[in-house]
Design a binder for this molecule. Structure first.
Ligand code: FPP
Ligand code: MG
Length: 296
């Protein structure tokens, strides 16, 4: 079952193989350029990027750009890869800052930058990634893309401050937090991919809404798997994730069926099915361990 679910993501990686390779090269070159061949600085970023994530944000940029593409040119293609790079850098910058705020010692199975080096290095490394992302974005010369991203990062930071001062207390505030910290960047990925591909206004809006609903579903599954069940109100995190996933699928209803749409829909399916399956496996292992303890 888990294999079948993972295949959905593997199929997307295969479908976008060439673009993802260009993305990895762009990321590598960018990291070399910001570290200016200084070994110490290079080691900080190499350490962080050696463990890579799923590249969900670049995937959203690439699939959205492909979904609305009417004509292809090297310029558009190059800009889409640059936008995907910008999103991955901003995402990683936000994770580095999140780990400092949360005083986390581990992420993706390895020590966080704040833990391995220290807070000073980590906060500056996050800032460096973030400013470099904006440097690439400004060179794209798409004022709408710049506006969307600046607004998105402002929203992320504002909501993180609010969360520290007065944590959410009801369902609406909680969903607002999921939107601000995770979904808005995913929505920005979809909108920016579409804009660079010269999408029509209603296509940009539909893909933006898709990104928001997908992102909320994603954050809900993340909290579900981390056992971060809100205490102040009752919510079935997995059920809500499925509801937001269905909303995301509906946002694509007006687009003609093609491979890009298929993979965007599969990405939604992957996120909720994977969470459900990982949880089942966890519960099963816990139950087996309990039984073993009882019988020993
Ligand atoms: C992880 O959430 C945190 C985020 C997705 C956003 C954090 C945002 C900031 C720290 C604002 C600064 C932003 C920039 C771009 C400089 P989580 O704690 O639920 O997930 P986790 O389990 O992966 O830590
Ligand atoms: Mg965290």
């Amino acid at each position: 079952m888990l294999n079948e679910i993972n295949n959905r993501l593997e199929d997307i990686f295969k479908f976008l193989e060439d673009d993802l390779e260009l993305l990895e090269n762009e990321l590598k070159n960018r990291l070399l350029s910001i570290t200016d061949n200084k070994i110490d600085l290079h080691n900080v970023f190499k350490y962080f990027f050696d463990i890579r994530g799923k590249r969900l944000r670049p995937i959203l940029v690439l699939l959205s750009a492909g979904l609305v593409r009417k004509e292809s040119s090297d310029l558009i293609q190059g800009n889409v890869i640059k936008a995907a790079t910008v999103m991955e850098l901003i995402h990683n910058s936000s994770l580095i800052h999140d780990d400092i705020i949360d005083e986390s010692s581990h992420r993706r199975g390895q020590a966080t930058l704040n833990h391995k080096f220290n807070n000073k290095i980590a906060v500056l490394a996050g800032d460096l990634l973030y400013s470099h992302a904006f440097l690439i974005m400004n060179k794209l010369n798409f004022s709408q893309v710049s506006g969307i991203l600046s607004g998105c990062v402002e929203k992320m930071c504002r909501s993180e401050i609010k969360e520290i001062i007065s944590p959410y207390s009801d369902f609406t505030e909680y969903i607002g937090l999921c939107d601000a910290k995770t979904a808005d960047l995913m929505s920005a990925c979809c909108k920016c991919g579409a804009l660079i591909s010269n999408a029509k206004k209603d296509e940009v809006t539909a893909l933006g809404n898709f990104g928001t609903n997908f992102g909320i579903a994603y954050q809900l599954t993340d909290d579900f798997l981390d056992d971060e069940q809100p205490k102040s109100f009752d919510i079935n995190l997995l059920l809500q994730a499925k509801i937001y996933g269905e909303k995301a699928k509906k946002n694509l209803a007006e687009f003609a069926d093609n491979e890009y749409k298929k993979h965007l829909l599969n990405l939604v399916q992957y996120v909720t099915e994977k969470a459900e399956s990982v949880k089942l496996e966890k519960d099963f292992n816990n139950e087996q361990n309990k039984q073993k303890e009882l019988s020993s």
